[in-house]
Design a protein around this ligand. Structure first.
Ligand SMILES: [Zn+2]
Length: 238
């Protein structure tokens, strides 16, 4: 598979390497997450300018050699998200979203829908930086888990299918559980249940608000589900 590769990409991380180089983690529609080295990028006359920074959406030209690390040979900006970049809250929110995505989708498998989810999250934060919030992180993570195939079951008991008497959340069962199936679950209230259902079902822009207690409980449900079913460790939201 050696040779030139052209792809759209969003920069997830950009790390200094050696005197003047950077190593990038990027997310692409058809090659998933990949790593590439950009040589000489930190020299003032670099032809890449400042565009190999986190959250830039780019058209990348890469050279694929024998190692896992590709080499960046060209980069053109699709979107720089300048408003997001100037807002501390939005930057922080974008960084956490990219971190979550890189953990859940840590391979070269193609997931164009995940690339689109990331781009729509960055677009939203660029157009409405005030949308940056812990609720946004919960909603984004739920959508990542949905794309990965292990979204928590919220509609009825994950063990027996009963829709009434939901009292707990079981990471092992993969969702909410009723009072007859509560073994191995932690207590889960209807406010958190409703918040997660809305955050999963609505668009990111329509993410509902919630208080800190609800967000923490939702975060626990999400992170323990991801750990149990995807062997993924997510950072705590709050
Ligand atoms: Zn049940």
């Amino acid at each position: 598979m050696a040779g030139p590769v052209k792809t759209e990409a969003v920069v997830l991380r950009s790390m200094r390497y050696g005197e003047a180089d950077r190593i990038l983690n990027v997310y692409t529609p058809m090659r998933g997450k990949l790593s590439a080295i950009a040589k000489g990028v930190r020299r003032s006359k670099s032809r890449f300018g400042g565009r190999l920074e986190p959250f830039f959406r780019l058209n990348l030209e890469l050279h694929e050699g024998r190692s896992d690390l590709m080499t960046v040979t060209g980069a053109e900006t699709v979107s720089a998200f300048p408003v997001l970049r100037a807002d501390e809250g939005a930057l922080n929110c974008a960084a956490r979203a990219c971190d979550s995505l890189g953990r859940v989708f840590d391979s070269g498998e193609p997931h164009p829908e995940v690339f689109n989810l990331l781009c729509s999250a960055l677009n939203l934060l660029d157009q409405h930086p005030e949308q940056a919030s812990d609720e946004f992180q919960v909603a984004f993570r739920l959508k990542l888990l949905l794309a990965a195939g292990f979204a928590p079951q919220l509609g009825s008991c994950a063990t027996c299918g009963e829709a009434e008497q939901i009292i707990g959340f079981s990471p092992a069962a993969g969702g909410v559980v009723c009072n007859a199936c509560e073994a191995g679950s932690f207590a889960f209230d209807s406010e958190t249940h409703q918040f997660m259902t809305a955050a999963l079902g609505r668009s990111l822009a329509q993410t509902p608000q919630a208080d800190g207690r609800v967000i923490a409980l939702a975060d626990r449900a999400i992170s323990e589900t991801a750990a149990h079913h995807g062997q993924v460790r997510l950072k705590a939201i709050a």
